[in-house]
Write a protein of this length. Structure first.
Length: 575
């Protein structure tokens, strides 16, 4: 009687049972090899031509390409070995066939395991954590796990993850097999353990994750990648320039602020190249079609924006409108009283029958009206000494000095405080004509402003140093003989002294500075206006205008033209 009922589909065996059998087949194969070791040893004693002939026969037998004629054609002295060879080859072939059948049977299980692990790992990648992790290493805040713990290696591994995503969507030239899944699952397991250890994986999957969505915005992702790379390389270029300018205008020995290894690593990652053109990733087959994960590129952009914002805030690269506004708010929030009251004064004592031309309280008041708070930041003291120290050149008198004070340990090489000393006379005999006292006071203040100028150029940001470089490149006027001397002594020193002298002239004789070098006057006007506290600006501008008017009225009354003023004050230029 015929049974017409439909056949019940065979239920797939559990994965563990198939793998257990696979393991048994492999062990049986190993035992077979051991059982045939005496025979293999016998074959090794044969002459090389006969051994090669038997090996070739065995291979053809395994592939089913041997006829009786081929067997009969073997040398007669090898005939006793043929049964043993057949027995060995058939055993190996049976084992191999069974292993292949089991590998095919387990493929659906492996495919499912692969895809589950792929999605589980991919959906939990925290790309922001990757870039933060390597920045901490670059900043010395975290130890490197090993010599291979590099951004280049991690981003290569993340690209391999993305490649598996791409292939899982059917983008493969050849069908996948058991060993493809074996390698892929091993990679996912190792990556999951490593990335968990480094903090690259979230506790739970992201809700918006899907394999397909990651490949729908390839052109948009590459555009973001290109734009981010341009910003990174521009910042690196400005940081390099900042480092060069730092050596001229700042007193710090620590140039770490002008070097950002995380940006350099980003540059290599984004452009896929190391210097001299070598490939960034050690494995990048298919990159043009696959590209980086859009979320990784977005994270690279966020990280870049964060790093660049910090450099802008610290003045290491060009500041934008937002950063300048933040800087304006920071300056205006400074407690002026606290800033200027913290400066100590010493050496302002007099002999009997002498009077001070300026007292510490008067000097503090003048400083608070003319000096932006940042230029007095961390200034510990202003001292006066009657004995003048020996200067760099015995032919010139030293009238003032600025002393940077360097930190220790983590602040090694960084200026953490400063002091100013002035060696000008500050007292006169009682009864001295007022005009003489006024000249002495003018000289004392001029030297004080000059030393504050040194404290100011130590704090110049990237744009300000670049701006000053442009001024002195386009107008090479040595506004005083001292600037000319400093330039001849050392080019960089000349730039610093030019800045400090110009700052002094701007505060003491702004009209004179505008005549001698209008570009220097304009620079100093914008520079001071940028750094003055909002509560200082009105009175500062009023005093500036009064000084300008007084000087020009005096010149007019004396019959002096601007050309005459320049000729007199720049006479040193002709010597």
């Amino acid at each position: 009687m015929q049974n017409n009922s439909p056949e019940t589909p065979t239920q797939p065996r559990p994965k563990n049972l198939i793998f257990d059998e696979l393991e048994k087949v492999k062990k049986d194969a190993e035992k077979q090899i051991q059982d045939f070791e005496p025979f293999m040893a016998q074959m090794d004693t044969l002459p090389e031509p006969e051994k090669e002939l038997l090996n070739s026969y065995g291979q053809n037998l395994f592939e089913g390409n041997v006829s009786d004629t081929q067997t009969n054609d073997l040398p007669t002295n090898l005939a006793p070995l043929i049964p043993e060879i057949k027995k060995y080859v058939m055993a190996v072939k049976a084992s191999d066939d069974r292993q292949k059948a089991l590998e095919i049977e387990v493929l659906p299980h492996m495919k499912l395991e692969f895809e589950e692990k792929l999605d589980n790992v991919s959906a939990r990648i925290n790309f922001d954590a990757v870039f933060d992790y390597y920045q901490e290493i670059d900043l010395g805040k975290r130890e490197r796990n090993s010599n291979t713990d590099l951004l280049a290696n991690t981003t290569t591994e993340l690209f391999l993850l993305r490649e598996y995503q791409y292939q899982s969507l059917g983008n493969l030239d050849t069908p996948v097999d058991f060993y493809y899944y074996l390698r892929a699952i091993a990679f996912l397991n190792n990556s999951q353990n490593l990335w968990n250890e480094k903090g690259f994986l979230l506790d739970s999957p992201k809700e918006n994750y899907s394999r397909e969505s990651g490949f729908q915005k390839l052109a948009e992702t590459k555009s973001t990648q290109k734009e981010t790379l341009e910003n990174v390389e521009k910042a690196i270029e400005q940081l390099d320039e900042y480092g060069y300018l730092l050596n001229t205008y700042h007193f710090s020995y620590n140039s770490r602020e002008a070097k950002d290894y995380s940006l350099e690593g980003l540059s290599f990652f984004l452009k896929q190249k190391y210097p001299k053109g070598s490939d960034y990733m050690y494995y990048k087959k298919g990159y043009e079609n696959i590209g980086y994960d859009p979320e990784m590129v977005a994270a690279a952009k966020r990280f870049t924006d964060k790093v660049l914002a910090t450099h802008k805030q610290e003045g290491h690269i060009s500041r934008d409108a937002t950063t300048l506004q933040e800087e304006r708010m920071r300056i205006d929030s400074v407690d002026l009283t606290k800033t200027f009251e913290s400066i100590a004064f010493d050496g302002f004592d007099t002999l009997p029958n002498e009077v001070l031309i300026i007292t510490p309280d008067e000097l503090r008041t003048l400083i608070s009206k003319n000096i932006p708070p940042d230029f007095a930041k961390d200034l510990q003291r202003i001292g006066h000494k009657k004995e003048k120290p020996q200067g760099d050149n015995p032919d010139f008198e030293t009238v003032g000095r600025f002393f940077p004070i360097y930190g220790e340990d983590d602040n090694w090489g960084t200026v953490v405080a400063s002091e100013i000393e002035v060696y000008r006379d500050i007292s006169i005999p009682a009864g001295t004509p007022d005009m003489a006292a006024r000249y002495l006071k003018k000289d004392f203040l001029s030297t004080t402003w000059h030393e504050f100028g040194h404290n100011a150029h130590h704090r110049l940001d990237y744009d300000e140093m670049k701006g000053w470089e442009t001024v002195i490149a386009e107008d090479k006027t040595a506004v005083t003989w001292y600037v000319k001397h400093a330039r001849e002594d050392d080019k960089d020193r000349g730039k610093r002294e030019d800045f400090s002298v110009s700052a002094d002239l701007f505060l003491s004789s702004p009209a004179l500075l505008s005549v001698l070098s209008l570009s220097r006057y304009q620079y100093m006007y914008e520079f001071f206006d940028k750094h003055l506290h909002k509560d200082q600006k009105i009175e500062f501008r009023k005093n500036l205008v009064n000084k300008m008017v007084d000087s020009r009225m005096l010149w007019q009354n004396m019959g002096y033209t601007e050309e005459y003023i320049k000729k007199i004050y720049l006479e040193h230029e002709n010597n």
